[in-house]
Design a binder for this molecule. Sequence first.
Ligand code: UDP
Length: 492
Amino acid sequence: MVAEGEAIHVVFFPLMAHGHMIPLFDVARLFAARGVKATLITTPANAPVFTKSLANKIDLEVIPFPSEQVGLPAGVENFEYATGTDTLEKFLGALRLLESPVEGVLGRLEPRPRCIVSDLFLPWTADVAGRLGIPRLTFHGSGYFGMAVSDAMRKHRPFAGVEDEDEEFVVPGVPGEVRLTRRKTSPQLKAAEEKQSGIRELLKAAFEAERKSYGVIMNSFNELEPDYAHHYRNVMGIRAWSIGPVSLCNRSIGEKATRGKKAAIDEHECLRWLDSKPPNSVVYICFGSITNMSTPQLRQIALALESSRQNFIWVVRRPAEAEEEEEWLPKGFEDRTRGRGLVILGWAPQVMILDHAATGTFLTHCGWNSTLEGISTGVNMVTWPVFAEQFINERLITDVLRVGVSVGASQYFDRVVEVASVGREAVEEAVRRAMVGAEAEEMRGRAAELKEMAWKAVEEGGSSFEELSHLLQELRSFDAARADEYYLTSQC
Ligand code: UDP
């Protein structure tokens, strides 16, 4: 128990990937804003994500990343660089070696931490927490829909008896009719159950650890996906607190513009450009923090944007060894789209752009953060999933919430879209459907309602605000002496 008025100390430990560090940093800031003493653990190359200006109430604990011990080049400390089986396996090996340093940090911090909030993919933190007699809360980079459908896919393997890669099947055991295909399913999941790989072992450990944990912090709000929140809590039996959308804690332009990495465009220049455009006249295109498009695919997107005649901001991520611009942009593209198109090579101030009145449509890879950021800013979406649970999130956006149209991507790629998998016509058609006409306006109307619901949820008295209050209350009264008893009863 903590004395009345005394601050509890909570430690946050995100996975080293921008799609996980950015939202968990927002969670830490939400806790800190509610009087919690917050400490965040990270490694040297990832520390700049937690910029001083945003982290003024958060202490950073920087521990070395054991790159050399696992044979990774110095500075390779982020999932972003863990491409290819060999590097990925080494990266996962390095994560496991962090157990002892993290336990050391937790053991020496003052006042004694009351709880650790750590990423799903750092499962050993549950054992560390158990040894220290403190609760571990799991943080997912996903929402209820994604978690529930992924769980059903793992349990029921509905793709197993399907021969045609493009034949749709309905995922059993979850509310609604969620339709997927084998081609949209991850190769790890489809592989024979006995086939082992580092990522498979990690997933297994992650879900086992989730069962040993105190509960889950979900970056979602109850009103967004109520059937799936109910399913997660009552059918899957996992305690969860919905405290999102966490990106809404970024209120000022500065906060919105400096999330994650330093943007490759000056925020004022970007705002001036957006200010010069009419409301809902810009399509914003971004595939998140780790997806790359091949040159042929980039060219198809460029051609589609050119012929769509819409205003656009296009964020392009290119591997370091990629060719010069002329190689992937059609000749004369920039001249022909001057004034109505902005290409950002590198990192964009995404939330700032989405939040601007000129932005009307978000062409997204359906990463959970991007999905929720689109929902919280009231834009409609064009969905183009690539990997992880993104094909599942697409179904939420297009079929359940009905705020987006699909570009028709049908193939799962492991982060790199190697070929021109979606042609120019399909991109142009989906962008047009989302940007102009009655269907576009209907989707925008629904998106505006979701935005309002999202804001209500995080305001004082709203569902996410209250769930965080309840969680903090529980953590304050957590009795370490009864931890064992608690963990046994919390397992399903
Ligand atoms: N993001 C950003 N600028 C970029 C690319 C990504 O601010 O140029 C942010 C985006 O706002 C989101 C996160 O990075 O918060 C990406 O997370 P998401 O779950 O959408 O996708 P992932 O990167 O994990 O595939």
